[in-house]
Design a protein around this ligand. Structure first.
Ligand code: GCO
Length: 532
């Protein structure tokens, strides 16, 4: 018994020290000279001006006005950070940071108030022309997300993501953007996060259109997202690539799910979890075979049969569609926030809604209570390192931009937890890059505080704080902005760097934290065990 305990302690301490290797460096590793840094936002979350200059209503405008109780703090994004008016200040902030790239999204209803190209709003085109020109005048490259969840309400009323016609609607919209902005925009991101968008809208019904269809609607939404991405990709390829010479990527959010134990069941649970969460959207595009991952096809087919259905709830793609989807992205836009432990045992049977995504996967998950608190949650930064290596191995080292990664805090400028988050996650990135993973750039989410969807303004993701009570929506850099700026300038992660305005507070904090007894015990044990 005692031996077993010692073995566990030794394993745990070595694990801590292995993690420490990922998180800190004995000698500073530089980001390669061509590695690009950026910051990201999305139209509905920052622009405001929701009904100004001819803009039409999106599903989010409709949702926050008809169901304000669905937003944690009862707020909406009618004004948000008001970037429609303050975009020059946004560009100034990007310049202050020294980033190469800015990822923002275009509001579909600002360009086409009713979603279709029979009417194109000149003032919408003008707004984005001004923003793009301002960025380029400051040597910042625009990375433009074509769709970040703000579907025109009029298209929702025609079925939205559950109607296959959306593939045409989206293609037509993308074409208008290529035509108007493609002379200056060289990086397009078709659609943001199929999993989160479809799951929150249909899998749990907590984002608009508030439809709950967790075993069917969820998969249909994902199917149309994949086809819509491919349509936009092929339109660019066929009609614009030769003259505009840009790249078109797809943004997928991915988690890193680790087996809770070495048992065969938990290991299989982690494979299944990856298949449903990550490979669901990666495999059709980035694998050689194409199509949904086989694990997913098999599990949903088996569950559907058990439920007495004659066909699988995961509608199969035709041979032509599989070919059409294959290779339909020049790069992967990876959004990553979370890691989790996953497991499977008999207690899970019957614990999920039938039918549903959760019931189809049948895994339980939890976070390790020993993971450090970054922002509002416990996180495990090495998860990103492992995820990047997994993508390299499984998908033949695709070109990757990390299009989102970040942490939430409450209001306040002293965001040490976000500073640690950025340093730790960027350490994972730099280590992966060093080992040959083809990550070309990183975008922090987010440039500034914004409307965090159903959480309203109760969660703050900005490295710039925005005073939501000030009519000028004053933006002030948090400590994390200054740290990020220094990483970009020096191209190394220096954990001892403290931005000047905070130096005094930090010295005081260090006096308390650094010399605590548990720290020394852990440190001494680690050295001892791992040297022996
Ligand atoms: C998402 C979206 C962002 C969020 C961010 C923080 O991932 O949900 O792309 O719009 O604001 O991820 O949750």
């Amino acid at each position: 018994m005692v031996d077993k305990r010692i073995a566990i302690i030794v394993a745990a301490v070595c694990l801590i020290s292995t993690n420490a290797d990922v998180l800190t460096h004995k000698s500073p590793i530089r980001f390669p000279d061509d590695f690009e840094f950026g910051a990201a936002t999305a139209a509905y979350q920052i622009e405001g001006a929701w009904n100004v200059d001819g803009k039409g209503r999106s599903i989010w405008d409709h949702f926050v006005h008809t169901k304000p109780e669905s937003i944690t703090d009862g707020t909406n994004a009618d004004i948000a950070a008001n970037s429609y008016y303050f975009f020059k200040r946004d560009v100034e902030m990007l310049k202050e940071l020294g980033v190469n790239n800015y990822r923002f999204s275009i509001s579909w209803t600002r360009i086409m108030p009713f979603g279709r190209p029979d009417y194109i709003n000149p003032l919408g085109i003008e707004y984005y022309n001004n923003l793009i020109d301002e960025l380029l005048a400051n040597d910042i490259a625009p990375f433009v997300t074509i769709y970040h969840w703000d579907l025109p309400q009029s298209l929702q009323e025609r079925g939205g993501w559950l109607n296959e016609e959306i593939v045409d609607w989206f293609g037509d919209y993308a074409r208008v953007l290529y035509e108007n902005f493609g002379d200056r925009v060289k990086h397009w991101l078709t659609l943001n996060e199929p999993y989160i968008h479809c799951y929150y809208s249909y899998g749990v019904g907590y984002h608009p259109p508030l439809l709950y269809s967790p075993g069917e609607g969820y998969y249909e939404c994902g199917r149309h997202y994949l086809l819509a991405n491919a349509r936009a990709y092929h339109i660019y390829d066929d009609e614009f690539r030769a003259s505009q010479g840009g790249l078109v990527g797809f943004v997928i959010s991915m988690e890193w799910g680790m087996p809770a134990t070495g048992s065969a069941e938990d290991v299989q649970a982690s494979r299944d979890y990856a298949a449903f969460h990550n490979d669901h959207f990666m495999h059709p595009i980035f694998s050689e075979q194409g199509n949904y991952p086989q694990i997913m096809i098999d599990r949903v087919a088996a569950a559907s049969a058990r439920q007495g259905l004659n066909v699988s709830r995961l509608r199969p793609f035709s041979y032509e569609q599989i070919q059409y989807l294959k290779g339909s992205a020049d790069f992967l836009g990876l959004n990553h926030y979370f890691s989790t432990y996953v497991y499977r045992n008999s207690s899970l049977e019957g614990s999920f809604t039938v039918p549903s995504l959760e019931d189809d996967i049948m895994v339980g998950k939890f976070k390790d209570p020993s993971w450090p608190h970054f922002g509002m949650t416990r996180e495990y930064a090495p998860g990103l390192y492992y995820l990047l290596n997994f993508l390299k191995e499984k998908y033949n080292n695709p070109l990757i931009y990390i299009t989102e990664n970040g942490a939430s805090t409450l209001t306040g400028l002293d965001d040490d937890s976000r500073v640690s988050y950025i340093r730790n996650y960027l350490s994972s990135v730099i280590n992966a890059v060093n080992e040959g993973v083809n990550v070309k750039g990183y975008f922090i989410w987010s440039l500034m505080d914004n409307f965090e969807w159903a959480h309203g303004y109760s969660l703050r993701f900005g490295i710039y704080e925005v005073d939501m009570n000030d009519t000028n929506r004053k933006r002030i850099p948090r400590k994390s902005a200054l740290v990020y700026k220094e990483i970009i300038r020096s191209r190394v992660i220096d954990v001892s760097y403290e931005p000047d305005p905070y130096a005094k507070e930090i010295v005081m904090l260090k006096g308390v934290a650094t010399f605590s007894a548990p720290y020394f015990v852990t440190f001494a044990l680690t050295i001892f065990v791992c040297l022996v």
